[in-house]
Design a protein around this ligand. Structure first.
Ligand code: FAD
Length: 290
């Protein structure tokens, strides 16, 4: 299905920089558990406007030091300047970082769009800037939206904008999470028709918490199908049953994606190891290297 499907499957695990001393204390053990699965890389999120720049940098460096596995910082550009982004790219290059997840990021709705403050308005401009200033040093992942980005004028306009990022030099894409596999298949089909050959890796969100998932999904425009929403509402006060249901749903989603030729999976781990480890086991993915 994906033109890159003949390549070995690529798995990656997304982390966020710990926000509390307790979170920071727990993260190395979580990363060590996830590292046993030998992902291609970890990625570490970044606050729009550079709010947790040091947290992202420190987490990336620590993950590489502790595991020897590549780590990719997310880099958002909205509200930032060419000089700041350039300095950060230099810092990453000097630290040996070789991949970046290049994003626009979110500012308050009133501050977005062509009139947004800062030198960059869209992720395509960031990709172009990285290529202009750092050539091919970084492997660049960008975001893709099978269910259409919530601020896009319409699905076609959003796809044109996705193509801009590819033409600017993106090497691969990670999707926003979704629960309906057909949305991903349709997106990949549109890529094929448009001659876009970069791997489009599905982003996989675990279902472990009703309130959190509802909030995230409302913000990012991910559709929670009615049958899932109703089951989650019913199970919201029964954590074990909700998590068992969520694990079943996401296992089936991953199975159908991989069976149809998805080139890999990107897990939003939410800084938890257990759900990803159980998914991995359910999917019968390659045995961990100890
Ligand atoms: P873009 O590709 O720039 O698109 C944003 C919107 O602008 C879309 O509606 C698009 O259609 C439109 N658009 C693009 N170009 C143009 C143009 N030239 N003219 C008109 N409209 C245009 N956010 C964070 O803050 N930190 C993170 O670490 C982070 N990690 C993420 C990881 C993944 C895998 C994903 C899928 C999202 C992540 N996000 C993160 C969220 C992301 O920042 C938001 O979804 C943001 O709203 C869009 O970012 P983008 O890079 O997709 O933007």
């Amino acid at each position: 299905m994906n033109s890159a499907a003949a390549q070995p499957l690529q798995f990656s695990f997304e982390l966020f920089p710990p926000r509390t001393p307790e979170g920071a204390a727990k993260l190395p053990a979580i990363v060590a558990q996830l590292a046993t699965l030998q992902p291609k890389y970890f990625s570490v999120t970044y606050g729009a406007g550079g709010s947790d720049q040091d947290g992202t940098y420190d987490t990336v460096v620590r993950v590489v030091e502790d595991t020897g596995i590549d780590a990719a910082p997310h880099l958002t550009c909205v509200g930032s300047s060419r000089a700041k982004i350039s300095a950060l790219l230099d810092r990453y290059e000097a630290a040996g970082v070789k991949r970046i997840v290049a994003l626009r990021g979110d500012l308050p709705a009133t501050a977005l769009g062509a009139s947004a403050p800062g030198d960059f308005h869209y992720a395509s401009e960031l990709v172009q800037f990285i290529r202009e200033t750092h050539g091919e040093h970084f492997h660049l992942e960008v975001a893709a939206y099978p269910e259409t980005h919530p601020q896009a004028a319409n699905p076609d306009a959003d796809f044109v904008n996705f193509r801009r990022k590819v033409e600017a030099g993106a090497n691969a894409a990670i999707t926003q999470y979704f629960f309906v596999a057909e949305a991903y298949f349709d997106f990949v089909e549109r890529c094929t028709r448009a001659g876009i050959a970069i791997p489009v890796i599905p982003g996989i969100m675990p279902i472990t918490n009703h309130g959190q998932l509802t909030r995230f999904s409302a913000a990012c425009g991910a559709d929670i199908p009615r049958w899932i929403r109703l089951r989650l509402e019913q199970l919201q006060n029964d954590k074990p049953s909700l998590q068992a249901f969520g694990l079943d749903v996401i296992t089936r989603l991953c199975e159908s994606l991989l069976k149809a030729g998805a080139p890999g999976l990107h897990f939003y781990t939410l800084n938890q190891a257990e759900t990803t480890l159980r998914l991995w086991q359910n999917l019968g993915l390659p045995a961990p290297h100890y």
